[in-house]
Write a protein that binds this ligand. Structure first.
Ligand SMILES: C[S@@+](CC[C@H](N)C(=O)[O-])C[C@H]1O[C@@H](n2cnc3c(N)ncnc32)[C@H](O)[C@@H]1O
Length: 388
């Protein structure tokens, strides 16, 4: 992997010190979930809180809206349909990255004359809030005044559509290992100049409760040494959105599987994945604060969390079928099929977004709704709710 620059190292050293100080206060270690939280979100120093470039060709990874505006246009059309079903409302995008998705959605809804009342962005990173504002001023200056930034979820009830693209995979997860007599949690300690894994007791009763339920439900059994991640922060977040959602939908796009597939006995190493300068690897204990750390989403848990707070699971399908159901090909073809470099690059992005070997199958789309009559256009081609 490329060596970090001097600027990058100036972030990682104070972050490592901060994490080590917390370890000292906690008896020498912290649960991996806390390490991941600090590595990604420690104020001013964590990966998402710092100034380093993350998205796009000169960053660490590329997300679907970065790949092509057609992705955002499809989501916009789904938002338009949802807003119409509830007689209007706002859009709230959580974790808006570089801001390109917000720009693309606003542009498409303006073209369709279906703009939301307001476009709210909830972003924990101050540096990304600045970047999002710049993107909007550059790409859709006439619509930028509809956008308002929030630093926490609204206290009041919300009517409209909440969007989360690649948000849940970036939330801290607990990492657990199956032992002959139960479970051990993975903690992180500091030894001989580097972070190391250490097994320890489960750090929370909620985690123990979830593991007990999964162990009973997933009767296929896990071999000793099996490693899995549990996204307690993801399900808590879905419940907190659902509690505020008076009418409308939470639309989640992320990589993951139904529980039975995610915790399949053959997936023995879990799904932690790190991205650094377009290289993917599985060691979150290096390049602290300089790389993204992610885990796949358990979509069964997300559906259950939504239902806990009274939401309907209105749709669950692959990204490929969601985009095709939302008019992706029609939009590509409407611009004219030819052999120009512009068309070929758009067609290439469409392939990456939809083909099963690219993002089309690993990524899923879920709509959790309240007070919305179905069906929804993005989920008409393929309904996978039966697999949850
Ligand atoms: C992997 S990036 C995805 C960015 C963007 N949605 C995209 O697809 O390009 C994750 C984003 O979520 C933000 N984030 C993570 N946890 C958050 C939370 N609890 N509330 C709001 N934003 C959060 C990060 O700062 C970052 O912008």
């Amino acid at each position: 992997m490329p060596a970090p620059s001097a600027e990058a190292l100036s972030y990682t050293q104070p972050l490592v010190t901060l994490i080590r100080n917390e370890m000292l206060e906690q008896g020498g270690w912290v649960p991996f979930s806390r390490y991941m939280e600090l590595a990604l979100y420690a104020p001013g120093l964590g990966y998402y809180a710092g100034e380093l470039r993350k998205f796009g060709a000169d960053g660490d990874f590329v997300t679907a809206p970065e790949l092509s505006p057609l992705f955002s246009h499809c989501l916009a059309r789904q938002c338009g349909e949802l807003l119409e079903r509830i007689d209007g409302g706002d859009i709230l995008e959580v974790g808006a990255g570089s801001g390109v998705m917000a720009a693309g959605i606003l542009a498409e809804l303006a073209r369709l004359e279906r703009l939301p009342r307001r476009y709210l962005v909830l972003e924990v990173s101050a540096s990304l809030r600045r970047r999002q504002s710049e993107t909007l001023m550059t790409q859709v200056p006439e619509l930028a005044d509809r956008v308002t930034w929030l630093t926490r979820l609204p206290d009041t009830e919300f009517r409209g559509v909440v969007l989360a693209n690649e948000l849940l995979d970036a939330m801290p997860v607990h990492r657990v290992q199956v032992e002959p007599t139960g479970f051990a949690e993975h903690y992180v300690a500091w030894e001989q100049g580097r972070f190391v894994w250490r097994p320890g007791p489960l750090s929370s009763p909620d985690l123990a409760g979830v593991l007990q339920v999964y162990g009973t439900e997933l009767t296929q059994g896990w071999p000793a040494g099996y490693v899995m991640e549990i996204g307690l922060a993801q399900t808590a977040w879905v419940r907190s959105i659902g509690e505020r959602l008076a009418a409308g939908a939470l639309v989640i796009v992320d990589y993951g599987f139904p529980r039975r597939e995610l915790y399949h006995p053959q997936r023995t190493e879990g799904t932690l994945m790190c991205h650094y300068r377009h290289r993917a690897h599985a060691d979150p204990l290096i390049l602290t604060g300089l790389q993204d750390i992610t885990a796949h989403v358990d979509f069964t848990a997300i559906a259950e969390a939504g239902m806990d707070v009274g939401l309907d699971v209105m749709g669950y399908t692959s990204q490929g079928s969601f985009l095709l159901g939302s008019g992706l090909m029609a939009e590509l073809e409407a611009e004219g099929v030819d052999a120009s470099p512009d068309y070929l690059s758009k067609a290439n992005a469409v392939k990456r977004l939809t083909l099963p070997g690219e993002m089309g199958e690993l990524f899923k789309v879920m709509a959790l709704t309240r007070g919305v009559d179905g069906p929804l256009q993005g989920f008409t081609l393929q309904d996978r709710r039966g697999r949850l």
